[in-house]
Design a protein around this ligand. Structure first.
Ligand code: ADE
Length: 422
């Protein structure tokens, strides 16, 4: 792959793409009012003055704006992509052109991906923002001395938090990490409505097939699975949910969906969407039971949810039949289709979550980053919640920008809620 250097450091695909990327940035900036507010405040108050921030996120336009807002707050910023297929080269070029150091291009090999993560850490950050845990895992496994000097950071997604909790459980996590994913203003909106919409956007623009009347199997009924299932229903599908958690299975049942084990669901599905964060949730014999023409995709962070080795082992041929669609020809004549190589379909074959949803998420990210930079020295080296007041503040700002007013408690109601003697 050829990269063209821009600033002293950046490595991107082609700087000539910058004007196109800038147009994408302009579009999102016009629809991210919370980040607009943060940018203005940060430009004035310089909360990150003198700090270096390393970011590993899906590098599309909303993320580029986040990086610019942190840069506007006084930080030197370096960024890499958090998935080989989610970086948009035009956006990366535009961002590099704006003073942020960018180490990213679309379609990196595994080795290139690791190299770019390490380059981002060579930047010697004081704080990190991660999506999936690759910066933090690399710091702890390959750069333990550097890890000790980090003030703290923020994690964007469920998978990253699982990894962080494993580090904390082993007693080796070296700095405080704020679990942005677990804040109300994140998972209720981003995981549910964001994933719900963007996954279908990715599937529909990739396949151009009808959804109404089909059977859609949603594998995993966490907040992302709930969103995907809800939107599948809205598009007219019959929805089947598979789960391993009995409580989530009841939720799915009471939300009106059919709950089945994978062995049964495999026979019924026309479209399969994995959203579990776990490995091999569609694997082995499940592929033997699927109908001819079944379409599979993943919306979890890593491309391990649909077992590509098991699928390939059963295939007598694999070919690309359309951009982002691989056909696996089974020995018995059935054809199974995998979208975006099993990488998260909403980002590898789409633009990620809708802009306004990421505005909420990234407002929480910058507020959490500011909190950890300002308070990191006093915080324990653990996985920490976003402070409740930041979550509420983000929600209030969003309502304000929407022009929505809500009621407040009367003094009588406040007294009632504090009393036990009624
Ligand atoms: N855009 C940037 N980061 C994203 C994420 N984690 N999920 C969906 N869209 C995104």
């Amino acid at each position: 792959m050829t990269t063209s250097k821009t600033t002293a450091q950046s490595l991107v695909k082609d700087m000539a793409l910058a004007p196109q990327g800038k147009l994408k940035l302009d579009w999102v900036k016009a629809h991210m009012p919370l980040l607009n507010i943060m940018e203005e405040q940060f430009r004035r108050d310089q909360p990150f003055a003198g700090k270096r921030v390393a970011i590993c996120l899906h590098l599309e336009a909303k993320t580029a704006y986040l990086a610019q807002v942190i840069h506007a707050g006084g930080a030197e910023v370096a960024i890499c992509g958090s998935n080989p297929l989610s970086t948009q080269d035009d956006v990366a070029a535009a961002l590099a052109d704006s003073g942020v150091t960018v180490y990213a291009w679309h379609g990196t090999t595994e080795d290139e991906y690791k190299m770019l993560v390490n380059k981002t850490l060579d930047f010697m950050p004081d704080a990190v923002i991660d999506d999936g845990g690759d910066l933090v895992a690399t710091l702890h496994s390959e750069r333990p001395e550097q890890a000790k000097a980090i003030i703290g950071g923020c994690e964007e997604t469920t998978t990253g938090i699982v990894r962080l909790k494993a580090l904390a459980a082993d007693g080796v996590l070296q700095f405080p990490m704020i679990a942005v994913n677990d804040a109300y203003c994140k998972y209720l909106f981003d995981n549910r409505y964001g994933t719900g919409q963007s996954v279908w956007d990715g599937i529909n623009r990739t396949t151009n097939l009808v959804v109404a009347g089909k059977t859609v199997v949603v594998v995993g009924y966490g907040w992302c699975g709930k969103g995907v299932a809800m939107r599948a229903k809205g598009l007219g599908a019959q929805v089947v949910v598979t789960e391993i958690d009995p409580i989530k299975a009841i939720e799915a049942y009471m939300d009106g969906f059919t709950v089945l084990p994978m062995k049964e669901a495999a026979k019924q599905g026309d479209v399969f969407i994995t959203v579990t964060g776990n490995t091999s949730v569609i694997a082995g014999e499940a592929f033997d039971h699927m109908k001819d023409g079944a379409v599979m995709c993943n919306a979890g962070h890593f491309d391990i949810e649909i077992s590509k080795p098991d699928l390939a082992a059963r295939a007598k041929g694999i070919r690309t039949v359309r951009t982002n669609i691989e056909e696996y020809a089974m020995a018995d004549g059935r054809r199974l289709y995998l979208l975006a190589g099993g990488r998260l379909v909403n980002l590898a074959a789409g633009d990620g979550h809708p802009v306004e949803v990421m505005d909420l998420t990234f407002a929480l990210q910058v507020l959490s980053l500011k909190y950890v930079v300002e308070n990191g020295a006093e915080l324990p080296a653990d996985v920490l919640s976003v402070p409740e007041e930041l979550d509420k503040y983000t929600a209030k700002l969003r309502l304000e920008t929407l022009g929505i007013h809500i009621d407040t408690l009367t003094p009588e109601q406040e007294a009632y809620l504090k009393s036990w003697s009624h």
